[in-house]
Design a protein. Structure first.
Lengths: 254, 229
């Protein structure tokens, strides 16, 4: 097993697992699709990163933050449904990306490329993921309570704004790391599918949260292994692996 | 019953989206009382409870006694079934130690093995009792209930009011209760606030619930106004 492959596998499992874990919170709040437009909005950032040769996640991150602020502002000002807002944001992201981006480079932007990850990039990613995991674990039960009812959470003196800020920040980090792995088009699937599969299989909160994490990590490793065997791009294979697990989960739904 | 005032509300005004929901409401609650908040749908009853627990912005004064623990039991939790959650998980969200959870569940009539039951599998009456139990975690001195029997069938409704009466005695609770059900007021409460945006009456139900005040509250003729013993 060569080192490059091992690096990709480690980063893949970490990012996939963390995305699944965080996704279990996002599903509860019907926010899984928000990762979609955020992913798309990173496309101009990725395009810039590729054109000027810096890290894709680094290019993506400011655009995710911009997207979160934008969706939040739109929601406050317009009271349009979240789907309409996300459609606006998401289409604009794609449009801007294709104005900037030479079409030959589109593949990495759209479907990601984890197979060329350097050691330094891998180290930073794994460090960020570990940090993210502890933060999300820490806020998990509070966010679940907020997801169930903001009023109930407020009556328990939960500082909703503080927890939402940490939560959205975590989403921004996972989207920025996710786009490198599966590309801007597929990031939403990274958070939504493992959590959906885990929900089918679980009866308790712990089974759900850690189930989503395990399914996320497993999908990444299956996808990257299949890439090694077939040469197809790893990003789509990771998503298809999680789709397969989701389909199996329907059979065993509890 | 003690005479200690635990809640004072003066000239309370609540506006939501530039619309006035509660206007110039003043009342007091003493320790050990059961205060019902009575009014038609859309009268601002739930808004009043939410304002009292500090969830909504307001003008005026709300003064709770110092170091008072307050438990809140919401009307419904529509999103709770989106998450795989058993009873134990639900109580863990509030940081309730397992021993306390078991004791509270017992006191609302459930056995220990109930902890493993999924929230999604409960009947609406059972779920309501679970919510009441959740409100009791941390031994609050005051419980606030928003329409505790919404969507519950009549026999389960009886059970819930009997349960509330029992818990009140056992735990020395003060209770604030929102309802649109007049019979509850006579059976259960020491004082009543009639609310239809503006306060219409406040005091012991047998004194203040007159045909005139009820007509003003609900508009039109109200046939059933006094519970016969």
């Amino acid at each position: 097993m060569d080192n490059q492959f091992l690096l990709s596998l480690i980063v893949g499992i970490c990012v996939g697992g963390a995305a699944g874990f965080l996704g279990s919170l996002m599903l509860g709040r019907r926010m899984a699709l928000v990762a979609g437009p955020l992913g798309h909005l990173t496309l101009p950032g990725i395009a810039l990163a590729l054109m000027y040769g810096f890290d894709v996640s680094l290019g993506a991150f400011p655009f995710v933050i911009f997207g979160i602020v934008l969706i939040w502002l739109f929601e406050m000002r317009t009271k349009l449904p979240m789907e309409a807002l996300t459609a606006v944001v998401f289409a604009s992201g794609v449009a801007i990306a294709f104005l900037l981006l030479p079409i030959q480079q589109a593949e990495a932007v759209l479907v990601g490329d984890i197979t060329k990850v350097s050691f330094a990039e891998a180290a930073v990613s794994v460090f960020l993921i570990l940090l993210l995991f502890f933060v999300v674990k820490k806020i998990y039960s509070k966010i679940v309570l907020i997801n169930i009812s903001e009023e109930l959470a407020k009556s328990e003196k939960v500082d909703i704004r503080k927890y939402n800020l940490i939560y959205l920040g975590s989403i921004a980090i996972i989207v920025a790391l996710g786009v490198k792995m599966v590309g801007g088009l597929l990031t939403a699937a990274l958070v939504a599918i493992p959590a959906s599969a885990a929900r089918n299989l679980s009866r308790t909160l712990a089974q759900y949260a850690f189930g989503a994490m395990i399914i996320g990590g497993l999908s990444s490793s299956l996808g990257i292994l299949t890439f090694k065997l077939t040469g197809f791009p790893a990003g789509p294979l990771i998503i298809l692996a999680s789709t397969l697990i989701f389909l199996i989960s329907i059979i065993f739904k509890r | 019953m003690g005479n200690e005032v635990i809640l004072k509300v003066r000239n309370l005004n609540v506006k939501l989206d530039h619309q006035s929901i509660i206007e110039n409401l003043s009342f007091e609650v003493k320790k050990g009382e059961v205060l019902t908040i009575l009014g038609p749908n859309g009268a601002g009853k739930s808004v009043l409870l939410k304002t009292l627990i500090g969830v909504l912005p307001y003008k005026g004064e709300i003064e709770w006694a110092k170091e008072l623990k307050i438990g809140y039991v919401p009307q419904r939790l529509p999103f709770i079934k989106d998450i795989p959650l058993n009873i134990r998980d639900f109580f863990n969200l509030k940081g309730s130690p397992e021993k306390e959870t078991e004791a509270i569940l017992n006191s609302v009539g459930f056995q220990e093995d109930f902890l493993r039951k999924q929230i999604g599998d409960l009947s609406s009456g059972q779920f309501q009792r679970v919510l009441i139990a959740w409100g009791l975690v941390g031994k609050p001195q005051v419980l606030l209930f928003d329409e505790p029997t919404t969507g519950v069938d009549i026999s389960a409704e009886e059970t819930i009011y009997k349960l509330l009466a029992k818990l009140k005695e056992e735990r020395d609770l003060t209770i604030l209760l929102v309802t649109h059900d007049l019979s509850v007021v006579y059976k259960f409460s020491t004082d009543v606030i009639c609310l239809n945006r503006q306060p219409i009456c406040f005091g012991p139900p047998h004194e203040v619930l007159t045909p005139e005040s009820l007509q003003k509250l609900y508009g039109g003729e109200v046939k059933y106004y006094q519970h016969k013993h």
